[in-house]
Design a protein around this ligand. Structure first.
Ligand code: SF4
Length: 259
């Protein structure tokens, strides 16, 4: 039976890939690219590929009434939404379903959940797809995954995931702000876009992203990204005049600050 590894280009799936190679298992590594992965994850993917590890990159095609989306950002922007914690519908649409669609059935799909994540184990198999959890079966923890990667002489990747993922701590948001201000701006614009529609929606669970952007939008270095997102994307189509006015004022003050 064909075997696939659903590769997230993070610690666990990289360690699992190395173990499978050591065990001479025939399998294909498949990485579903949300288009919003952290830049370090894309760099690590290149790093692995340059070292001869074959990883197939899939670009999802998520069909919705509004259109077909090949990245998470456009998908959420189109309906003024954001990824919501505990729902994970983005993971299903942009990670799980594209892999399920790609694989040739019948097959086994291996997932890199470690022993400490055993509660997240997917219990339902598809008709022709059996999900396997080799790290859980071997009782391998995340710390051991790090050791496995080091023992193979490779650099250890960062935690995989999207730069706009709501499952991030304040520390990782701050790291994004400092290392990739353009992406932080894009995430903030997405959050604002959603908040203006419905209150209570936040990417950062400790408040909202502007609270960790001390100098505010106008004082922030990543102007170009904010400009690209807010000015070119945001349609001024809110039906309620007060919201529309607030949005226009924000854009005006932003443009003035840019002069
Ligand atoms: S990493 Fe986060 S934002 Fe990205 S698909 Fe998964 S839950 Fe959604």
């Amino acid at each position: 039976m064909r075997k696939y590894l659903s590769h997230g280009v993070g610690v666990n799936s990289t360690a699992l890939m190395l173990l499978l190679i050591d065990d001479n298992v025939e399998f294909e590594s498949v990485f579903s690219d949300t288009g919003c992965e952290n830049p370090e994850t894309y760099e690590y993917l290149d790093y692995l590929q340059k070292r001869g590890y074959e990883i197939t990159r899939i670009i999802p095609q998520v069909k919705e009434k509004r259109g077909i989306y090949d990245n998470l950002y456009d998908y959420f922007w189109s309906w003024q939404g954001i990824p919501i914690i505990h729902r994970r519908q983005c993971c299903v649409k942009f990670k799980k379903q594209p892999v399920d669609k790609y694989v040739k059935q019948p097959c086994e799909v291996m997932l890199g959940y470690d022993f400490n994540e055993r509660k997240r184990r997917r219990t339902k198999n598809r008709k022709q797809i059996t999900f396997i959890f080799p790290l859980i079966e071997r009782k391998i923890t995340r710390e051991q995954c790090v050791d496995i990667i080091r023992e193979h002489g490779l650099l250890v990747p960062i935690r995989s995931g999207c730069y706009l993922c709501p499952y991030q701590s304040k520390k990782t948001w701050k790291r994004l702000r400092d290392n990739h201000p353009d992406l932080f701006m894009k995430a903030m614009a997405l959050e604002e876009n959603a908040i203006t529609r419905k209150s209570g929606k936040q990417l950062y669970q400790g408040g909202n992203l502007s609270s960790i952007c001390p100098s505010g939008v106008q004082g922030f270095n990543g102007h170009s990204a904010y400009q690209e997102v807010v000015i070119s994307r945001r349609p001024l189509t809110f039906s309620k005049p007060r919201r529309r006015r607030r949005q226009e004022n924000k854009l005006t003050s932003y443009l003035e600050a840019e002069k």
